[in-house]
Design a protein around this ligand. Structure first.
Ligand code: UDP
Length: 491
């Protein structure tokens, strides 16, 4: 059954305003919010999605809700649920189809019935909460059928916010959009993360709003050097170099071992996060995130470091020798309802088991506990900051908050032009580097080598990346776009 989510303690607007480089962005947001809040008075803005933790949507909503509430705009976050696992199976298939992969033939009448039943049960909960005049923002395909059900007896504004997409049509996307088409008519307007994603159903009533990150959350806030060391040591991601003031976290990061088991990441040889060049990818265990091809590319890089990649000076030889790959994602216990995630992790384990021992030592497949979202966020933050390069090797990517998160921290990012979201964020060799194909091991290996070698380039890309996030991908810009849209649609 659906439930209203408590967003917990979030930074106040004055805290952002007190940071010198954020003050102007906060002022812009404040003035748009003041100008539009009168028209939204008496209405509630409902944000409806299907998960309260894990993934980009759950990452953004608490910040958005908190900032809007502080500006006097009543905002609530509802997460839908279903006891029928087949519902999430259907919606995961829809997710993959919208990204252009999978077989659309699976979406038969039974799938539609299961999808509509789950939406009806959740709409029953929402019907008791929503009042005439409210604005209901439905995120992604899972709850998409709810708008029509609510509009039967409520006079509300309905908006669909789709966070995923493919920049070209194929049989899979056609199947997804024809399945979702009947529900599209119940929306006043839709929002996508890139112009390429807008499907026929929403032509002429859709716009692009880029997602944004919160610069002050535990995920993105500045961490002093000692704090980075403390977080890595407390979470078992690194051996403590000396005594620490803070205690180890109750739930520790686990590293995959040669025998296929996981144990705390600081048991045995240290990964080397505090001293070695580190290449990191942090994502959900999703096939489209491209973990496995990245593992293959890193193997290619290490094996060919002495030959194919060409002659080098001593420093680069050492970088090639010392660099390690960290592949991190959520603890499998937290994704028990995500059969594909467990399968992807199983596949990665098998790929790792097939590597030569010396390469296994240079690759850390790590699961990050989700028991405390705060500690999980600090682990992601510290891991990104301890990286020489962050990779987002996605085969498809709606937007890729992980890219903006690393860019914000001035860490050079390697992604690829096939992933539409990263392509909108990174200008090649300006804000990071872009491969042309996430499955081309040789190309990724060469780019890793080039990036590691180019110390000045990495610094310049990191600087430019942070500036770009500052201008385009912070939460304030995103909220201004939402306020402008709400202002238009309630008129
Ligand atoms: N993330 C996390 N812990 C993990 C893996 C991912 O907190 O173990 C976060 C990551 O930092 C980012 C979000 O999950 O904020 C993923 O968002 P993104 O847009 O990159 O991809 P999505 O999961 O929405 O496809």
């Amino acid at each position: 059954m659906a439930r209203i989510i408590d967003i917990g303690l979030q930074p106040a607007i004055d805290e952002y305003g007190g940071v010198a480089h954020l003050a102007a962005a906060v002022e812009d947001f404040r003035s748009v919010a003041e100008a539009t809040s009168a028209r939204l008075r008496g209405r509630t803005v409902w944000m409806v999605n299907s998960t309260s933790q894990g993934g980009g949507v759950a990452e953004m909503l608490p910040t958005m809700v908190a900032l809007l509430r502080e500006m006097g705009i009543d905002t609530q976050w509802v997460v839908i649920d279903s006891e029928n696992p087949a519902f999430f199976d259907v919606t995961k298939r829809l997710h993959n189809l919208i990204h252009g992969t999978g077989d659309g033939g699976d979406l038969d009448g039974a799938a539609r019935q299961c999808y509509e039943e789950a939406n009806a049960a959740n709409a029953a909960f929402m019907r008791d909460q929503v009042r005439d005049g409210d604005v209901v923002v439905i995120h992604d395909p899972q709850p998409m059928a709810m708008a029509g059900l609510l509009r039967k007896d409520k006079s509300i504004v309905t908006l669909w916010r789709c966070h995923i997409g493919l920049d070209s049509a194929n049989a899979a996307t056609d199947a997804a959009w024809s399945f979702l088409h009947p529900y599209g008519a119940d929306y006043d307007h839709a929002v996508f993360s890139a112009p390429e994603y807008i499907p026929e159903t929403f032509q002429h009533r859709a716009r692009v709003i880029y997602p944004g990150i919160n610069p002050l959350t535990s995920k993105n806030r500045f961490l002093h050097f000692h704090k980075i060391v403390g977080v890595l040591a407390n979470s078992a991601l690194a051996l403590a170099p000396g005594p620490l003031v803070t205690d180890p976290y109750p739930a520790l990061a686990q590293r995959l071992r040669r025998d296929g088991t996981f144990s705390p990441a600081n048991v045995g040889e240290d990964i080397g996060l505090l001293s070695r060049p580190i290449v990191t990818q942090i994502s959900r265990w999703d096939r489209l995130k491209g973990f496995e091809p990245l593992l293959g590319a890193f193997g290619e890089f290490k094996r060919s470091a002495s030959g194919d990649l060409g002659p080098v000076d001593d420093m680069q030889r050492k970088r090639r020798q010392l660099v390690r790959l960290v592949l991190a994602g959520p603890d499998p216990a937290s994704i028990e309802d995500d059969p594909e995630g467990l399968e992807v992790l199983r596949e990665l384990k098998a790929a790792y088991a097939g590597l030569e021992p010396s390469l296994q030592d240079d690759i850390a497949i790590v699961t990050l506990p989700m028991a405390s979202l705060e500690q999980n966020a600090l682990m992601v933050n510290a891991l990104q900051r301890a990286s020489s390069i962050v990779v987002q090797n996605s085969i498809r990517e709606g937007f890729g908050l992980t890219v903006a998160e690393a860019m914000w921290k001035r860490v050079p990012v390697l992604s690829n032009t096939q992933a539409c979201g990263p392509r909108h964020q990174i200008r090649d060799h300006i804000d990071g580097c872009m491969a042309s194909d996430p499955t081309d091991r040789k190309e990724i290996a060469r780019l890793l080598d080039d990036m590691l070698r180019d110390v000045d380039g990495r610094a310049a890309w990191g600087r430019s990346a942070q500036r770009r996030v500052h201008r385009q991908f912070l939460v304030f810009r995103q909220l201004i776009a939402w306020l402008e849209l709400w202002d238009e649609v309630v008129r």
